[in-house]
Write a protein that binds this ligand. Sequence first.
Ligand SMILES: [Mg+2]
Length: 467
Amino acid sequence: MLLIVRCCLNSFRRLRFGECHVNSVFSVSRRSYVADKRLIKINRTMNVKLTKHETFKFTDYDCIGFDLDNTICRYKVLNMVRLEYEVLSMFMVDEKGYSPKYLSLPIEDDIDFMLKGLILDVYNGNVLRIDSNAHIIHGSHGTKQLTRNELKQYYGEDCRWHVTDTFAKDPLHTWNGPLSEQLRTLLDYFDMPAGLVFARIVDTLDEENGNKKLDSYSIWPDIVEALTYMFKKEHFMLEKGGYFPNMKNKPEEYIHKCSELLIHWFEKLRSNKKVLFLITGSNVDFASHTAENAMGKNWRDHFDIIIFFAKKPGFFTENRQFIGLNGIEETDPVPDAELKRGSSYSYGNWKGLYSFLSKSCGKENPKIVYIGDNIIQDVYAPAVHGQCDAVAICEELEAEGVYGHNQCHKEKHLLSSKTWGSYFHHKEAEKATIWKEFIRNHAKICIPNLEYVANYPIDHDFLKPDQ
Ligand SMILES: [Mg+2]
């Protein structure tokens, strides 16, 4: 049974993941973080001690890499999350026989329960937040908030759990394998709704058990099956699984178009001889669809090389072969040394891509920066395993209106939460969350979106306050 569950969890990860005008930027790091001159002023008012001002600028890099989903391609998040929730909840009711009593409620009824970065304690039916030192600082059982004493009953006087401790030390250690059966992080807007599905089912099962908690919950493998059904890569072409048919037929409901300014920013980087590359977890057909809707028909022209279905974070740590593409058809394996400029591939590995980038810019040790929204796949993995700097995209900066940003995100009601508090901070514990810790340790800068930096000249000096 254990083996089946493990296969199930890993197969979902293999399936998809492998696993406003600019005025200021996130400046939380002891080490880094950008700011323009206005932010320096803001930081002074926030009592952030700026002792020296390093700078970050995109033109300091030889090669600039991008994630696609939620990075270049921004989604209309509420529409997408609602669609995902409906597909998942319907699957759980129709295929797995769970009660529709809570699952069939609209997500709007529990919209404040949703937040990127929640952590599921799968067997206990709990939803958790941890601080920068991996202490459990906040939690719920199902959708019901746990008191400090209740948290201690689960996790001891110190409120620690060996699985979250391991995650905080090395998140890739819990990505696959036995610990991934116990803990699941909701890292982006693709899996955020799975947290609500999980919590509502815990509520249902407790109620069916005479309002008593079960000794253990075995819901998550069923949710993995639902996620697999929703995101199975073949389902885009086959128009199955609920998610892809909607994204395919009504892109204007789900995808924001990039501004002319951002397109021009890409062009300026290219004309400054920067090597631009794209690494996406999405399959070639879906990624081409979203990229075209975001960037226009000639979207491929912005990149020197494109890697689809890259299975991050494994792309940065493992040695999978590149597979050639003929249109959307996968062809034969391609040796790392034969990667060509202007081409696209599936799968692959960072070491091979690094050699390609090195050759392309004629430098043995090129300076590379990678930009993405997923803190583990796009920030931690390239920074720790890829000899590469990272830039974090975090829409929550504008949803919460923090670190010098206006609260101007149109979907702030979904992306921020009064129930859980800030994505970056836990108010009562007065602690940074684990996500802020990862960002400040592994990202050079954190920005709400690419449109934000596209308002600046490509050689703009962003100041990195040393806090
Ligand atoms: Mg992404």
